[in-house]
Design a protein around this ligand. Structure first.
Ligand code: MSP
Length: 519
């Protein structure tokens, strides 16, 4: 599978929305590895365009200098938050530029591009031309378009309209292309309205310099979206002209683009599919779009002007990377919006990790040290409770797997948590700390602790896509670091052998004590 994220605009600092998308894609990529499947994870930055040019000018630096500085903020955040990508797509990379220019030339040679004069309105904020369909009910261009200017301009156009009938048919017959499914209707509606409209893919250099030059008309640069979308194939090795990029034939396999709902229409859902179609991609080669919702703040959009932008760096520094990754994976349903809430971040970490999983680890590992000298052993016969606990694990793994296969990380974590809760209920019923006082019950104590430790071993593996470092620590405390290289299919009861000696435990999920001032 090829998993990509949107590439982030380098005209500001990364916020929680950017972090969510990268972390969730990292989780999905790690899950593919857990399945033993080959995966290539591509992410990066969108460095061209008018906004970048304008911000750089405001700061009195060149666009090159400006994007370099901002790009470093993004890559540093991904290093800090454990986002391990295989490929880094930065659109000022000469290899990407070459690829975009080659595609433009081929499309022109194939009669897919033409030049015409446009007279109408242009939104500076959205960097796009507007039509009457973009007016509101009063006939005005709404505030979402920012400054709108009337212009008359000659530009290059892509014959998008030649591909929309194909796209409509393609989407109608495929249920798995737009995920979650409920987003498809929105795209179909937009497509129906887009009939007959072509896409302007250039900007004259007297208005914008900071872009990829149109190779056959050097007074123009490429429209930022046309340039940015191509990252998904240029950095996957399309065209094959850069030896240091992967081989396209082995990378472009089951491509899934993880994007926010705001950039499905028109960019990914219409332009990108039509661009690929014009380049000769078959229906089978088309990517899927995994469209996620937004993190809002008390129902409001996060925005600089409202001053409510959440800084993921500050959150990671204050609460730790595990708490941030867990919260962003756990407290949002794929495709839906969620309200960002620091109290819930702390509550979820403290309840599900520090209390519930922490308690299970403490019972399994500490009590094993105290009562059985750290040696695990499962004695037969098993009781009904033992068998029920094993059954609870099987059910959780099945639910986890089904949810992850549907990209629903939150539901998978919920399934995992259910087993953890069942383990603690089992421990409280069995009371190994009471049984241990009775010398006759030593083997029962060992068996109960074995069941808890075996559950921890499974939890470490299942948690590893979301919290890789914490999972590795658990595996280390179990004295089974090799657990981290198991595949999901290899999970079955009995990972820990009889008489296995575990290491000394230490808390992996220390409770978060809320600091006086939170970000
Ligand atoms: N540069 C374009 C994408 C080009 S892809 C070929 C862009 N960049 S962005 O920086 O504005 O957004 C990057 C991603 O972050 C998008 O998928 C966007 O939906 C997502 N998010 C931005 N704000 C968000 C939230 N508040 N919540 C969740 N994700 C959001 O668009």
């Amino acid at each position: 599978m090829l998993l990509t994220t949107a590439i982030d605009y380098t005209n500001g600092s990364p916020h929680i929305g950017h972090a969510y998308e990268k972390i969730i894609t990292d989780v999905l990529a790690r899950y593919q590895r857990l399945l033993g499947m080959p995966v290539y994870f591509l992410t990066g930055v969108d460095q061209h365009g008018q906004k970048v040019e304008q911000t750089a000018a405001k700061e009195g630096v060149s666009p090159e200098e400006y994007v370099e500085k901002v790009t470093a903020r993004f890559s540093a955040l991904w290093a800090k938050t454990g986002v391990h990508y295989d490929g880094w797509a930065a659109t000022t990379d000469p290899r990407h530029k070459r690829c975009v220019q080659n595609i433009l030339t081929t499309l022109k040679d194939n009669g897919q591009l033409y030049k015409k004069i446009y007279h109408g309105f242009y939104s500076v904020r959205q960097e796009q031309f507007l039509t009457d369909r973009d007016r509101d009910e009063q006939g005005n261009f709404g505030p979402e378009w920012g400054e709108v200017n009337e212009i008359k301009e000659e530009n290059w156009y892509f014959k998008l309209s030649e591909h929309t009938a194909w796209l409509q048919g393609f989407l109608e017959k495929s249920d798995e292309v737009i995920l979650p499914h409920f987003r498809k209707a929105e795209l179909m509606n937009a497509l129906a309205k887009n009939d007959g409209i072509d896409l302007c893919i250039s900007r004259p250099k007297d208005r914008l310099q900071w872009g990829i030059e149109i190779p056959f008309d050097t007074e123009f640069v490429t429209y930022v979206w046309f340039d940015a979308l191509i990252n998904y194939i240029s950095f996957a090795g399309y065209g094959g002209e850069s030896a240091d990029l992967p081989d396209f034939a082995t990378t472009w396999i089951d491509p899934v683009h993880v994007i926010g709902k705001d950039i499905m229409v028109p960019a990914h859902g219409i332009y990108w599919f039509c661009m690929l179609h014009a380049m000769g991609f078959s229906d089978e080669q088309m990517p899927r779009l995994l469209v996620h919702g937004w993190w809002n703040i008390r129902g409001d959009k996060m925005s600089k002007s409202l001053g409510n932008v959440v800084d993921p760096n500050l959150l990671a520094d204050t609460f730790g990377v595990d708490a941030l990754r867990y919260y962003l994976s756990r407290d949002i349903t794929m495709g839906k919006d969620s309200d960002f809430d620091i109290e819930r971040l702390v509550m979820l970490f403290n309840t599900e990790l520090a209390n519930e999983l922490g308690n299970l680890c403490n019972r399994a590992l500490n009590m094993s040290q105290r009562f059985t000298a750290g040696v695990l052993h499962c004695y037969l016969p098993l009781t009904e409770e033992d068998i029920a606990l094993q059954q609870s694990l099987v059910e959780s793994i099945n639910l986890y797997r089904d949810a992850m296969d549907h990209f629903d990380v939150s539901k998978a974590l919920e399934a995992l948590n259910r087993h953890v809760v069942n383990c603690n209920i089992y421990a409280e019923r069995m009371k190994p700390w009471e049984m241990n006082k009775d010398p006759e019950k030593k083997s029962r104590v060992a068996t109960v602790l074995y069941h808890l430790a075996e559950s921890v071993a499974h939890c470490a593996v299942l948690l590893s896509p979301v919290l890789p470092d914490a999972a590795a620590k658990l595996a280390e405390q179990l004295n089974r670091t090799d657990l981290m290289s198991l595949t999901l299919d290899q999970l079955s009861w009995g990972l820990l052998a009889n008489d296995h000696q575990i290491n000394l435990p230490s808390p992996v999920f220390p409770r978060i004590v809320v600091p006086a001032a939170t970000p």
